[in-house]
Write a protein that binds this ligand. Structure first.
Ligand code: TXA
Ligand code: MG
Length: 369
């Protein structure tokens, strides 16, 4: 089986990568959030290839990535994007909201769902009249988009439903057998995907929690439109990527509530596989006594604790976000019988996005049984 080559993103490799994109191939691209599977958004066959490599359901639309040169240099950012046929914004009020958001958050981890422009085909949006757009803040992504001089689709570079990759090696694990190249931009600094919002002239709503929190967005856009359900509407799913089962490790993952000491919860919870092995994902280190109490309970079930991963040693939600997917991958690689995970304790800001991902990983397990 061919394995994708991992390349240091020097100018020659960036040129070679841009040539592959223009020839219709899909390659691994680092961004500040997670690695993307990048392809030329203006070539329907390249877009179809991305769906095929990811085994992504045809009804789940892709995000289009742009570089600064594509939204700057006009009288306004929205006019620049419209001029390139990426979005289509007739309404002045919507244009000025989009300009303000781009001014504040781009390049960065905020994806805007807007009316789709004429240069982009319906296949990348799963037939929708909208398109999701963002400008990644990673210098390698920005350089690659600028060199190809095309908007690039780039869904997370994992097989559909799996854990998103935050290193070049993780991209090879996921897709190494079907893509030629991964540009190595190092571990992703943010580690969770962008926030996705749908913006209209006088309303907005959150479609996927991410690194930009809703409180920050409400400051700029006013309160969210709560009348619309974020998961479903009359015309089907608003954002299919919000399906409950996602980010799934191969090993079953079970949530612990940690309202009582973990050792007691384990006694009552009956989630332990007899004669089996366990991987544990904790937000922060627990006291040594608590850990040995956990080990005692496990031993009484003839069960072994194979590995403990902590999201953050210091309680920083940003560190936790950056480490979450790598920790899940490491725990999954143990081939333990079950992974036990405790949610991030503060469910606000980035904590909302962290717990969203952990819950979906657990939900995927439920769906399997
Ligand atoms: O941080 C990110 O956004 C990463 C990096 C690589 O940029 N990309 C990413 O792409 O996470 P993906 O395809 O894994 O997630 C895209 C999300 C999905 O939940 C999808 O359903 C939603 O955005 N989406 C895309 N286009 C949409 C549209 N037109 N309307 C509603 N939701 C859309
Ligand atoms: Mg994804």
């Amino acid at each position: 089986m061919n394995q994708a080559r991992i390349a240091v993103p020097n100018p020659d490799e960036l040129d070679a990568a841009a040539q592959l994109l223009l020839a219709g191939h899909a390659i691994g691209m680092p961004t500040e959030t997670v690695y993307g599977l990048a392809a030329d958004a203006t070539q329907p066959r390249a877009v179809q290839r991305v769906y095929a490599h990811k085994r992504r359901p045809a009804e789940n639309p892709l995000i289009v990535h742009v570089a600064e040169g594509m939204f700057q240099g006009h009288e306004s950012s929205s006019a620049a994007l419209a001029g390139r046929g990426i979005v289509s914004i007739g309404d002045e009020q919507l244009a000025s909201r989009v300009d303000a958001l781009i001014d504040r958050f781009w390049p960065g981890p905020l994806t805007l769902v807007l009316p789709r422009g004429t240069r982009l085909g319906p296949e990348l949006s799963a037939g929708r009249a909208t398109v999701a757009v963002r400008a990644p803040a990673h210098p390698v992504a920005a350089a690659l988009i600028a060199r190809a001089d095309r908007p690039l689709v780039a869904p997370s570079a994992n097989r559909s439903g799996h854990i998103s990759p935050t290193t070049a090696e993780a991209v090879v694990e996921e897709l190494g057998d079907c893509i030629p190249l991964v540009l190595d931009g190092g571990p992703c600094t943010l580690g969770l995907e962008s926030t996705v919002i749908e913006v209209q002239a006088s309303s907005w709503r959150l479609l996927r929690p991410g690194m930009v929190g809703p409180a920050e967005l409400s400051k700029q856009l006013g309160p969210q439109d709560e009348t619309k359900n974020t998961n479903a509407s009359g015309d089907g799913l608003v954002s299919p990527g919000l399906l409950s089962a996602h980010y799934a490790p191969r090993t079953p993952l079970v949530l612990l509530e940690h309202r009582i000491p973990l050792a007691r919860e384990l006694v009552f919870g009956a989630v332990l596989p007899a004669d089996g092995s366990v991987g544990l994902l904790l937000p922060q280190p627990v006291a040594p006594e608590e850990l040995s109490a956990i080990e005692d309970v496990l031993r009484s079930h003839r069960c072994s604790l194979r590995c403990v991963r902590h999201l953050s040693k210091t309680g920083s939600a940003k560190d936790a976000a950056a480490r979450l997917f790598a920790c899940l991958r490491e725990l999954d690689a143990l081939s333990a019988d079950v992974l036990l995970a405790v949610l991030w304790p503060v469910e606000e800001g980035v904590g909302v996005a962290i717990n969203d991902r952990i819950r979906r990983a657990a939900y995927a397990t439920l769906g399997r049984s």
